[in-house]
Structure formats: structure tokens, C-alpha cells
Design a protein around this ligand. Structure first.
Ligand code: ATP
Ligand code: MG
Ligand code: MG
Length: 382
């Protein structure tokens, strides 16, 4: 474990990656602003201050690391391609470049026979282009930014022709848009997949609940989903990840349609919000699995099994700057509740400030335990 890992980005995913690395005495060099979430839990002199979009900073990180990886896909892949001539970049810059453009990602998946929602690229951000796309995919549709999207920023629900104008107004600043056929899903599922040097492994299928396009809750395993669908979702997720290059964990988001068809929504080439539960609920977490995959350390399907049902609830910023701390103080009063705060300072409304995970011998026990905290989050106060 002498290899040093360089990470582009130092947010909460980087922080939890460092927490896993520390237990294995793996050195993680972070590239982000000083005192970023991840740097706060990692005290050594190998970090780089700067942006993961700066060429010089990336080169400096590469020079002092053995393997480079990302905790965010919105990085400059041309610089990564350049450093990959001399450094080991995992997953490959090709994977990150394809995935970071959600339309290219869908085209790629379809080319490899992986089902996704039908998508049409707009040639420009105009009502005429949106109107033309709507004739192909129908209405309602989801208008999406091809790049830089996260937590639903970059998505606009277009229900009728009346929404064309506001949709273009909302997202038109971005030149690269595409329209996606509406997925009338029963539930949303997600699977964390681990691509190692010679295997594609998966964690169990979980259920994700989004509110205003932001992930709110994750249930592991997915509730009310048959063992067959659980397995099919894992197979589809592994098939989707197998058609990309390089090693690491990938978060695969899916829609389960009324006729039990599965469609891929999107893939993240990194640890993912839907995999936080693995820290408490699985022998090896998604973060440790990522490290093992990129460093060629042993990993087996058994390491990814669910030990106990788990529910994860995101702590989103509220109106008060310390709303997340108030939430944590409330959560401390509840049993079997693991609290993770990310050290991001003052809350901004809707920003991910932390999460909690509740594990219990049965899902219904976990549901009963977490319900008061869901109620608290929904009310914003006790
Ligand atoms: P993330 O933070 O996961 O990266 P994102 O900003 O990339 O999110 P998406 O995953 O594209 O956004 O969409 C967010 C949510 O919006 C989905 O989880 C789903 O609830 C809803 N959604 C997205 N696409 C569609 C669709 N085609 N039909 C219906 N609902 C959709
Ligand atoms: Mg996304
Ligand atoms: Mg998503």
C-alpha cells in the first residue's frame, strides 16, 4: 500500500474516501481549495491547493501521486488525457469525458446495447429546437443540460408546449441541451458497481427517493422489489459499467418502469450519494472498494454484501446557516443513527451538508427508527 492516490476534488466524497484510506495507511493527495471538506481530515504535506480545472495544479498533483482519480466528473479531461501519458489515471479520461456529457453517455450506452431513455440533442437553445425534439420524444419530457449537471440543476420538466419558453429561459444560458423522453417510473433504483482490473462486481440494488431532483433517501435493499428485479438491476448496472474504460467505482442510477423494464438514467464515474450506506452496511464500503479497485488490491463479491438493511437520509442545508448542526443535534437523540457532517461551514439552502444512516435487523425497524428524523427534516424544526 505504498502507492499514493491523487484525487481531483476535495468535497464530501473525497472526505469519505480519505476516511477509508486512512484505515489502510494509504496516502491520498487532494487537489482543491485549502481547507476543503476532504483536506480537513487529512494532515500531510502532499496536497495541492488550487482548482481541479487548472492544468498546472493537475500536473503538480500527478507528479506527486502514483494513481490519479476523481471525486467529481466535471474536470478537464483534455488535461487528464495529457497527464495520462505519464501517469496512471483511473478510471480512464475517456470514461470521464464520455460520462460528463450526459448525451454522449447515453449514445455510448445505446451503442453497447444498454437501455436508456430516448434522447435527442438540441442544436441550439431555442424553442424551435425544443419543439422539434418534443415531436420525437413526446410530452412531457425532461430538458437537460448535457454538462456540469448535478442535484437536478440543469434539468427542467417540460409538461406542455407552454413550458417551452420558461425551459429555454431557465437552461438556455447553457448552449448544450438535450431532451429526454419522460420515464414514468414506479421507483428509482441505483447500484454501485466496482470495476477492478479483471472483474465487474456490484453492491446490492437500492431504492432512491428524489425530491426536487435531489436525492433525499436511499433504502438498501430496495423495498418491494423482487429478488429477480434486484438481480436484473445489478446485471444491467454491471453491463453498463463494463462498456467503459479503466478501474474504480461507478454509481448507476436506473428507472423501474410500470412493466418492470429497467432503463439507465445516468452513471457517475466515482463514489456516489446512493452508496453512502455501504460505510455502515457492507464489509467494504464504496470508498474502500474504489481504493482497492484503482490500486489492484484484493476484492470479492462477498465484500460487497449487505449485512443489515439500511436507510440513508441526506442532510440538506435549510434556512438557518447552522440548520445541519441543529439536525445533527436532533439525530443524536435517536438510536442506531450514524451521523456524517461534511465540514462545509455555513449551510446554503438545498446544499448537501451531511447525511445519516440507520441500520437495523429488518427494514421495517429501520423505517420506524428513521421516521422521526424524516419528519424533522420535512418540518425543518422539531
Ligand atoms: P445527480 O445529482 O444524480 O447527478 P442530475 O442533476 O444529473 O443528478 P438526473 O439524474 O438527470 O440529474 O435527474 C435527477 C432526477 O430527476 C432523477 O433522479 C429523476 O427523479 C428525475 N428525472 C430525470 N430524468 C427523468 C426522466 N427522463 N423522466 C422522469 N424523471 C426524470
Ligand atoms: Mg448527474
Ligand atoms: Mg442523477
Amino acid at each position: 500500500m505504498d502507492k499514493r492516490v491523487g484525487v481531483l476534488g476535495g468535497g464530501q466524497l473525497g472526505r469519505m474516501l480519505v476516511e477509508a484510506a486512512n484505515l489502510l495507511e494509504i496516502r491520498v493527495n487532494l487537489l482543491d481549495a485549502p481547507n476543503s471538506s476532504a483536506k480537513q481530515v487529512s494532515n500531510h504535506d502532499g496536497h495541492v491547493d488550487g482548482s481541479f480545472k487548472e492544468a498546472q495544479a493537475i500536473k503538480k498533483l500527478a507528479a506527486q501521486s502514483d494513481v490519479l482519480t476523481v471525486e467529481i466528473e466535471h474536470v478537464d479531461t483534455y488535461m487528464l488525457e495529457d497527464v495520462a501519458k505519464t501517469a496512471d489515471v483511473q478510471p480512464s479520461w475517456k470514461t470521464i469525458r464520455t460520462i460528463q456529457d450526459k448525451y454522449l453517455q447515453k449514445e455510448h450506452l445505446q451503442r453497447y446495447g444498454v437501455a436508456t431513455a430516448q434522447s435527442v440533442a438540441l442544436k441550439g437553445p431555442s424553442k424551435a429546437e425544443l419543439s422539434a425534439a418534443s415531436r420525437t420524444v413526446g410530452l412531457p419530457l425532461m430538458l437537460k443540460s448535457r454538462k456540469e449537471a448535478y442535484d437536478g440543476r440543469g434539468n427542467f420538466t417540460v409538461k406542455s408546449t407552454d413550458d417551452f419558453e420558461p425551459a429555454i429561459q431557465a437552461l438556455g444560458g447553457n448552449q448544450d441541451l438535450y431532451a429526454e423522453k419522460w420515464a414514468n417510473f414506479k421507483i428509482e433504483l441505483a447500484v454501485m458497481v466496482v470495476k477492478t482490473k479483471d472483474q465487474v462486481l456490484s453492491f446490492p440494488t437500492v431504492e432512491t427517493i428524489h425530491e426536487n431532483s435531489i436525492c433525499k433517501l436511499v433504502y438498501a435493499p430496495a423495498r418491494g422489489v423482487s429478488e429477480i428485479i434486484n438481480k436484473r438491476a445489478q446485471e444491467l448496472a454491471r453491463k453498463a459499467v463494463a462498456c467503459f474504460w479503466g478501474k474504480g467505482v461507478f454509481g448507476v442510477e436506473m428507472f423501474l418502469l410500470p412493466d418492470d423494464t429497467l432503463l439507465i438514467n445516468e452513471i457517475a464515474p466515482r463514489p456516489h450519494n446512493s452508496g453512502h450506506y455501504t460505510i455502515e452496511a457492507c464489509p467494504v464500503s464504496q470508498y474502500e472498494a474504489h481504493l482497492r479497485a484503482i490500486l489492484d488490491l484484493p476484492l470479492d463479491e462477498q465484500d460487497l454484501e449487505l449485512r443489515e438493511p439500511a436507510i440513508m437520509l441526506n442532510i440538506l442545508g435549510g434556512d438557518a446557516p447552522d440548520s445541519h448542526r441543529q439536525f445533527a443535534a436532533e439525530a443524536l437523540k435517536h438510536r442506531r443513527t450514524k451521523i456524517h457532517l461534511y465540514g462545509k461551514g455555513q449551510a446554503r439552502k438545498g446544499r448537501k451538508m451531511g447525511h445519516i444512516t440507520v441500520c437495523a435487523p429488518t427494514m421495517s425497524e429501520a423505517e420506524n427508527l428513521i421516521q422521526p428524523m424524516i419528519d424533522y427534516a420535512d418540518r425543518g424544526k422539531p
